[in-house]
Design a protein around this ligand. Structure first.
Ligand SMILES: [Cu+2]
Length: 263
């Protein structure tokens, strides 16, 4: 039975904290469906191994309606939609699942541990006078590319505190701009368009690869975690933040679910 306590799968953390700054944590609870241990974790796991945290993000209450966007002055953008486009403040799926939540390891990664950023750029595309993606992550040191798929002027502005703010003007379709990498962790960098007030995106800059954005079904996966006890934060642009504490030993998988209260 030794090691069993570290092999619990499916432990759940259910939080209903809403406002920013509130914190709570819960010890993982044992699940009766815990998978049997096959082997003790290798003491020196490669970066591809490690533990996994998966979960789902939901909300309680009624999601606020996203404001419609009046694109009548940008016919080239407006023509890309069959119905009136909306902002993407709250992207809800079936069964109150919540997309566009940035989930990341806020603390617990040993200080001084370095992670090599990918050389492939993270790309944000301006298409239909909206940003794609709307919420996303990037590592410190990773290239950042800004594309314009619209035949209209966009001017993307990064509102950053830990990083250097910037302004990039892209007057025509097909333009691509590669920015110098971000230099410091920052959750979140706000991206806005100076021309179109409804255009907003949010970028989480992290020193490690331990982050994810919830999908339409609210699911997320963070993998490759070395053993440790981690504070996981879930950030949503309207509903604030929540945190959970998860302990990972070996190559196990743990569950951390988050439930926001819609307001
Ligand atoms: Cu724009």
């Amino acid at each position: 039975m030794k090691g069993r306590i570290f092999s619990v799968v499916g432990s759940m953390l259910l939080l209903t904290v809403c406002s920013k700054g509130n914190q709570s944590s819960a010890a993982p609870a044992a699940s009766p469906t815990a998978a049997p241990t096959t082997a003790p974790a290798a003491p020196a796991a490669s970066s591809a191994a490690g533990g996994t945290i998966t979960g789902k993000v939901k909300f309680t209450g009624t999601a606020p309606r996203n404001p419609t966007i009046d694109m009548s002055e940008e016919a080239a953008c407006k023509s890309k939609y069959k119905t009136t486009p909306t902002e993407e403040n709250v992207v809800a799926g079936a069964a109150n699942s919540l997309a566009n939540v940035f989930v990341y390891v806020k603390s617990g990664v040993p200080a001084g541990q370095k992670f090599t950023p990918p050389t492939t750029p993270v790309v944000i595309n301006q298409d239909g006078c909206r940003y794609h993606p709307h919420v996303f992550g990037i590592m410190v040191g990773q290239p950042f590319e800004i594309d314009n798929s619209d035949p209209v002027l966009h001017n993307i502005k990064a509102i950053a505190r830990a990083n250097r703010p910037f302004n990039v003007s892209q007057p025509s379709a097909g333009m691509k701009t590669t920015r110098p990498p971000f230099t410091a962790p920052e959750v979140m960098v706000n991206l806005e368009c100076n021309v179109h007030g409804w255009m907003k995106a949010f970028l989480g800059v992290r020193p490690d690869p331990f982050y994810a954005v919830s999908k339409d079904d609210g699911s997320f996966t963070i993998s490759g975690l070395p053993p440790g006890t981690y504070t996981i934060e879930a950030w949503h642009e309207k509903f604030g933040t929540q945190t959970a504490t998860v302990t990972i030993a070996g190559t196990e998988s743990k569950t951390a679910n988050f439930t926001f209260a819609a307001h």
